[in-house]
Design a protein around this ligand. Structure first.
Ligand code: ACO
Length: 311
């Protein structure tokens, strides 16, 4: 029966159809999805911290409302993604535990500080721009619940990128100090945004199998290239410079060449030694502990309702 189930799974993949929660799937396919989807969810949740810290300091009421909406969207993305991962049989509590114990990863990018208001713009433009490049192909992920969650996530990310671009556009066309602040934010965030796509293909242990399973549709380097190609004209329109002296159009390849990235930095940040790793985890754990009474109250309420319904 297992060979029959495997053949059915293979046939669904070959036909570009979705695998759904009730379908048989190889144990490693399930494990890979739980790993990627839960880490993706954790990234959305931890990603609220750097920008959330600017809600009380946004420069106008309008900017503040937009930022609140954006940070709430990230919370929503985390929740859809936890739900998608739960369809694979891992509970939300387990995933949360893995995050807080340091067993599960979250994106390296959220371990950098948002030092100025321009950083909020750079996060929207560069970080959410990278997220879109990475996530649009995930809408076609072979696992149904993940792919469907990505459709809405990508629509919202597009709005986030646009708002980041608009913040930088206003600053870039403002006073010389504002323009310098925008350039400084781009200088600090560009390299780490390129690192979000993961290690180079030759050093990416999961890519090959994930692509064979049609979880990932493109390799880390392919998506990174797509991102660079997308950002160069946008930077020109902003009047800002991307901090890479090797960036140059390559007519033969039809793509921009770009300089080497600092892979030691990515490794160090993933290993827990980025500028804000300790702060991010401490904040997450404190928020979880502070929320204990809400979880208890919700559970008590649910118990009462179930017993009322039953009688
Ligand atoms: N930050 C932290 N960890 C990373 C990063 C990064 N930027 N890039 C790679 N890694 C980790 C991988 O998770 C993997 O570790 P694991 O096996 O313990 O999970 C290891 O480094 C090796 O990398 P790969 O073999 O290339 O891993 P994978 O095939 O999973 O590709 C990628 C990594 C591209 C991040 C993939 O998991 C993915 O597309 N995830 C969904 C998107 C996502 O998580 N985005 C988060 C940021 S966007 C946002 O939230 C706004």
């Amino acid at each position: 029966p297992d060979t029959e189930a495997q053949a059915h799974f293979d046939a669904l993949l070959a036909a570009d159809e979705r695998i759904e929660p009730r379908d048989w799937m190889p144990a490693k396919y399930r494990k890979t999805l739980v790993r990627q989807i839960s880490q993706h969810a954790h990234s959305e949740i931890i990603g609220m911290q750097p920008e959330g810290a600017w809600i009380s300091r946004a420069p106008s009421l309008k900017r503040k409302s937009i930022l609140i909406a954006k940070v709430q969207d990230e919370a929503g993305h985390g929740l859809y993604l936890y739900s998608a991962a739960e369809t694979l049989g891992t509970t939300r509590e387990e995933m949360n535990e893995q995050l807080m114990s340091g067993k599960a990863k979250y994106s390296s990018i959220f371990n950098y500080p948002a030092l100025t208001w321009a950083d909020v713009g750079a996060i929207g433009w560069l970080v959410d721009g990278a997220a879109i490049c990475n996530q649009v192909p995930l809408c076609r992920c072979s696992y149904g619940p993940y792919g469907r969650a990505m459709v809405r996530v990508c629509k919202e990310e597009s709005f986030h990128q646009r708002q980041g671009w608009e913040i930088l556009h206003a600053l870039s066309n403002g006073t010389p100090e504002q323009k310098a602040m925008a350039q400084d934010a781009v200088n600090r965030y560009y390299g780490p945004a390129l690192q979000m796509f993961g290690p180079p293909d030759a050093d990416s242990p999961n890519s090959q199998q994930s692509m064979a399973w049609k979880i990932k549709r493109f390799s880390n380097d392919e998506l990174r290239q797509r991102f660079v190609d997308m950002m160069v004209p946008q930077a020109e329109a902003l009047g800002l410079t991307l901090p890479d002296p090797d960036l140059a159009w390559n007519e033969a390849r039809g793509h921009y060449d770009y300089g080497d990235l600092d892979w030691d930095e990515l490794k160090a940040v993933i290993a827990g030694n980025g500028p804000c790793n300790t702060q991010r985890m401490a904040h997450k754990i404190k928020a979880h502990e502070d929320g204990a009474w809400v979880r208890e109250a919700a559970a008590a309420y649910a118990r009462r309702h179930t017993s009322t319904d039953a009688t």
